[in-house]
Write a protein that binds this ligand. Structure first.
Ligand code: SF4
Ligand code: SF4
Length: 345
């Protein structure tokens, strides 16, 4: 049977409640005491296009009527910014007004980005994935996503949000690259990373800090502790298609065994993701979609963007690549279905 995708062109409290409520009623089981993680993106400093606290309020309000154990969450980033550790992450969440929602905020992989759970998935690339602890230990995952362009994925929605977004820092490194980090010429030889490395893979070799690529387990801890931005992240260690496939397998691990609902806002469609300061808006606003199937949700969002723009792929025009590979791969590994029934509210 095709999954339902509920769609509203309007983006206001009532429409958000409507689309989300309809998806919830598609058999989602949430008990009063279930641990409900609401996966959001708190927005990097300088970004204003993330899903706003105001737009989250109707979702929290609906959930609050049936559950007393919900929390807002995201995991720390691989890059240095305001979301590198839980202290700064909570600070930017507050700056962006999320504290006004009066809902607990939990940074899912802890202060240092190393609180994770290995989730068995048995897929082609990964047999297990490193999911941020608070997400892995939740019973229900509600993923609230912003549909926009992305430099590696062409576009990003629900799959990107739960795949990349629910991986711990080591998980994010694993998704981005097949190569281990190295030390760049920015190094001031402070020795902090040497002390931090859990497997003694970093050493001082005649006054130069070096990473032993064989010993390194890819935990990404040195990236977080280096204040000189001297640990090179091998961003191009995997091709765009490989990154998509890795992220999709992580998405499979993030939702494994959980009740789930996806709500995606297709407005303020920027060329790049919310981990960056505001980028240019590349398309017209479309509305909101919600579904219990992340693949159907992303496919519908993509199709609706095309419909709005006369069949033109605005993401391909911005990034020169076809992001639908993530949808095809997601369907292939059983994350969800690309065929859906669109119900316009
Ligand atoms: S923490 Fe950074 S600056 Fe310090 S030794 Fe390691 S790489 Fe060099
Ligand atoms: S990624 Fe982890 S294991 Fe590898 S060098 Fe850095 S701290 Fe050590």
């Amino acid at each position: 049977m095709k999954p339902n995708v509920y769609f509203s062109e309007q983006v206001d409290s009532r429409s958000i409640e409507d689309v989300f409520g309809r998806a919830l009623r598609d058999g989602v089981k949430i008990g009063r005491e279930s641990r409900v993680a609401i996966k959001v993106h708190f927005g990097e400093r300088g970004n204003t296009r993330f899903v706003s606290p105001g737009n989250l309020q109707p979702i929290i309000g609906s959930l609050g009527k049936i559950n007393g154990n919900l929390f807002l969450t995201d995991a720390n980033t691989l890059y240095r910014g305001m979301r590198l550790n839980a202290t700064d992450h909570l600070k930017i969440a507050k700056e962006h007004g999320f504290d006004r929602l009066k809902t607990k905020i939990v940074i899912a992989d802890g202060e240092k980005g190393d609180e994770e759970v290995d989730v068995e998935i048995g897929k082609t690339i990964f047999s297990k994935v490193k999911i941020a602890k608070a997400v892995a230990e939740s019973d229900v995952l509600i993923a609230v996503s912003h549909f926009k362009g992305h430099m590696l994925f062409s576009f990003g929605g629900a799959i990107k949000n739960i795949g990349m977004g629910c991986g711990s820092r080591a998980g994010k490194l694993e998704m981005h690259s097949k190569i281990k980090p190295s030390v760049s010429t920015n190094c001031v030889e402070c020795g902090r990373c040497i002390e931090h490395c859990p497997v003694e893979a970093i050493s001082d070799e005649s006054g130069k800090t070096r990473i032993n690529q064989v010993k390194c387990i890819g935990c990404a801890g040195c990236i977080a502790v280096c204040e000189s931005e001297a640990i090179d992240i091998p961003w191009h260690g995997a091709t765009s298609r490989e990154c998509m496939e890795r992220c999709v397998e992580y998405a499979f691990g993030a939702v494994r065994g959980k009740e789930r609902v996806f709500v995606t806002f297709i407005h303020h469609i920027t060329s790049d993701c919310d981990c960056m300061p505001d980028s240019r808006v590349i398309g017209d606003d479309v509305g909101i979609v919600s579904s219990t199937d992340p693949v159907a949700c992303d496919q519908a969002a993509y199709d609706l963007v095309l419909r709005k723009h006369g069949g033109r792929d605005i993401f391909k025009a911005a990034h020169g690549m076809d992001g639908r590979h993530q949808l095809a791969y997601a369907e292939r590994i059983g994350l969800g279905k690309r065929a859906y029934t669109l119900i316009e509210l």
